[in-house]
Write a protein that binds this ligand. Sequence first.
Ligand code: SF4
Ligand code: SF4
Ligand code: SF4
Length: 158
Amino acid sequence: MFDRGRRSLLSRRRTPSIPRMPWVVDEETFVDQCTRCNKCQSACEENIIIKGDGGFPTVDFNRGECTFCGDCAEACPEPLFRPTTETAWDVKAQINQQCLAQHNVECRSCGDMCEVMAIRFQLQPGRVAQPQLESDVCNGCGACVATCPSSAITMVTS
Ligand code: SF4
Ligand code: SF4
Ligand code: SF4
């Protein structure tokens, strides 16, 4: 049995800006009720679910993208996922200053990977084209993360 005090400590420690898994209920409920059985991890064909802090499952976009197949939610025996007919999550990509284009090095890798075309490149005089991320279009799949050669993309809950 997992100690409740430790659960609440982990719950407090974890910043809500770290995506857990799509359709997951609120973080506090998750940390309180997840038994860490790893059924979600085994069910993910993309193999992007890892054991995070305290052994709790969490997606790692450095391993690949979420296809929103819903298998993690279906595999979970606890009431920890919302219906997969609902919006998966409010996770968005963010590009930081490590982006090569911001240092005038030509790169469009993230845009090439983005199926929904949330990253467009804008030509600017005297500079290589700069990525512009449209948050409204981004669905938080994370496909752009692993492809970025300078680890300039993070996924955050908005
Ligand atoms: S929705 Fe599918 S691809 Fe995404 S984390 Fe769950 S099992 Fe993996
Ligand atoms: S893949 Fe990375 S370095 Fe390249 S344009 Fe996108 S954010 Fe910048
Ligand atoms: S997270 Fe997915 S949808 Fe959003 S910008 Fe990256 S590839 Fe596009």
